[in-house]
Design a protein around this ligand. Structure first.
Ligand code: G1P
Length: 298
């Protein structure tokens, strides 16, 4: 490398850095009350999607999007997450050289290529609070957030996070994934409204967390995929808890949106709400058909 090339790289580094997304945060401290009693001793993120736990799908989606620094916000009773993303020497030793080794191909790849770090959330005080808890792991960097409950798949093309990373390169601002929901579901989500930039792409002007149907600005719901610029941390810090004492990411995002810096994206693919029985069963059938049976993907 010549001196001039080196000077150029050094000069460009700060600009290139702002375009690179390496980190992905998984808020995973929640109790999973909708799935009690199974979630008493098993983290909801570890519920089985045929042969893989739910969170592994999220980590694979992040890795496919080029995000290899995985940060997980955990809580009490969540040791299984750390054990899953670690090498089990006994198991490795037991199955070494046997046909069963193939079952570990996928998880071994993640362990080789990704780093995993953890921080404990000691109080459960809303998604905004969970994201702020992850700040020491993220630092002053651009990052993605994956909510494991929302399983997102796109069997015919790029994963949802990959689509969002590509959009970030173009718009350089916070991106949230959205989808249309039925009127009776509006009060379960953060709902957005704004100006269409193009088909499926909206510059967000308004947002409301779990509004009543009559107060909802639209039927466009935020689902569990975000790319966040690091100024979000300060905005969360300044966000007051809502009526139920939770700090909502939606309230912090609304302040970003007022500066024109939030884009909502109708992603290509399907999303399953695995936080409830119906979505979970649908997802497991889908994963069985398209991943497990079709490719015997491990
Ligand atoms: C969270 C967010 C909400 C978003 C939803 C997506 O809600 O607060 O804005 O629409 O995730 O799944 P939760 O499901 O944690 O109540």
């Amino acid at each position: 490398m010549s001196f001039i090339q080196l000077r150029y790289i050094t000069y460009m580094y700060p600009f290139v850095k702002t375009l690179m997304i390496k980190k992905c945060l998984f808020p995973a401290a929640g109790y999973g009350t909708r799935f009690l009693p199974v979630t008493k001793a098993i983290p909801k993120e570890m519920l089985s999607m045929v042969n893989k736990p739910l969170i592994q799908y999220g980590v694979e989606e992040a890795f496919d999007a080029g995000l290899s620094e995985i940060s997980i916000v955990t809580g009490r009773g969540k040791h299984a997450l750390e054990d899953h993303f670690d090498i089990s020497y006994e198991l490795e030793n037991q199955i070494k050289g046997t046909d069963q080794e193939k079952y570990l191909t996928g998880i071994r790849k993640l362990l080789n290529k990704c780093s995993f770090s953890y921080i404990r959330q000691t109080q459960i005080k809303g998604l905004g609070h969970a994201i702020l808890t992850g700040r020491p792991l993220i630092g002053n960097e651009l990052f993605a957030v994956v909510l494991t409950d929302d399983l997102c798949v796109n069997v015919t093309g790029e994963g949802v996070l990959t689509q969002m990373v590509n959009l970030y390169q173009k718009y350089r601002c916070t991106i949230v994934a959205i989808q249309e929901v039925n009127p009776q579901e509006i009060n379960k989500y953060g709902i957005i409204a704004g100006d269409y930039i193009s088909d499926g792409l909206i510059r967000v002007r308004h947002m409301a967390e779990k509004p009543a149907l009559e107060d909802a600005p639209s039927n466009l719901a935020i689902i569990g995929r975000y790319i966040l610029t690091p100024d979000i941390f300060k905005l969360i810090e300044e966000t007051k808890p809502d009526k139920s004492g939770e700090i909502q990411i939606t309230d912090a995002l609304l302040r970003q949106a007022k500066n024109g810096c939030v884009i909502a994206y109708k992603f290509k693919g399907r999303r399953f709400d695995c936080g409830g029985a119906e979505g979970y069963i649908e997802a497991i059938n889908f994963c069985y058909k398209y991943f497990y049976k079709a490719n015997q993907a491990y």
